[in-house]
Unconditional design. Sequence first.
Length: 409
Amino acid sequence: MAKSKRGRKKGSRNLGFFYRSGRGWCATEGKRSVPLCDAEGQPLRDPATPTKVVSEAYARYLHEKNQQPDGPQNSAESRPPVTVLQVCQAYLANAKATGSERTHEARADTLFDLCFGLPPEFRDKGKGDAAPLTTDRKKQMAAKRIHPGYGQMLVTDFKPLHVDQWLNSHATWKGGRRSRIQALKRALNYCVEADLIAVNPIKGYATPKPISRVTYITAEQESALLDLANSAIRVAIKICIRTGARPGCEFAALERRHVSIENSCQGGSEMDRRMQWCFKEDESKTGKLRVLRIRDPEVIDLVEAALAKRSTGPLFRNTKGRPWTRESLSLGFRNLRKRLAQRGVELDDDACMYSCRHTYAKRVLQGYWTGKATNIETLARLMGNSPQVCRDHYLQWCDHFSEPLWDAC
């Protein structure tokens, strides 16, 4: 005897109700199934229940549904209208309270551009230095406006097409689209979770894959950079290449309290001098204790000279005596690169201040300074990264990985 099929009971026509094995007779309401009940309120579970009885139960269900108080049936329709600007403001307030200042500033600039169509220079940074909105200020805004802005648009009207138009209005964002899309998605997803809006209107919008930038600086390029650089940026490039320090949160943030020196010289040998930079968990990028180990005598001398000059605050400053920042280091490197190009020395297209850290990785892996090549695991500890991050970025430079391939082929 053939077994009866489980699941929904088929019918010759749509009666508005159906039988589902294990659940009984049901009606469909939106995307969910509602059980039908008899006159006493008991669910109809018998598949042999006469169609007339089920039809009467279905009629009662429709009657009760129609007797509900008037009002929007969809939760999205019952919400007050919310604009894109309100979404961005709610998200940024939470990001400022719970995230890093650097992340908040970057996303605030991005979402300000989205809402108002203006560059970040016009954004009120909340430091009391905002320029008054004078007639001249309005003229400056009009002259530098990039696009009309989407801040006053209702979230329900905001579509992926508008995201495309926003991104396409920035010809220089080719390599930075990913971070902008992520900032917008996070704002919308946060407001969905906070129940400010019902759905993310751009859910499923494609985010470009990340592009790994692992450009390094050759010894010849380094020499040309140092010859042309002023004293302040020269020190920054030299130290970042030799230590692998992150330019912003490590080199620029270095203070006296981070530095410790071990004078364990043997027989007066200068090479036995050791220095450590230690950043606590709440100061490091990864949220873990970050230790930079330094044995290069020239770098140690540079740090000791800075220690002798300054007892408080960041040790390294620009030519104007101001502490370096991630932005000012990047700008200094870009200006130096332009001057270098005028002299016929070209760097890779995506070479930047962070390339100093990549250069450190390549040289450590290949034993540039010590004459001994090292492996990815050791490099990861030296750079304050996980081994997987180092594999993803630097495995191409690791001889410990390539030699077994040559042996096997």
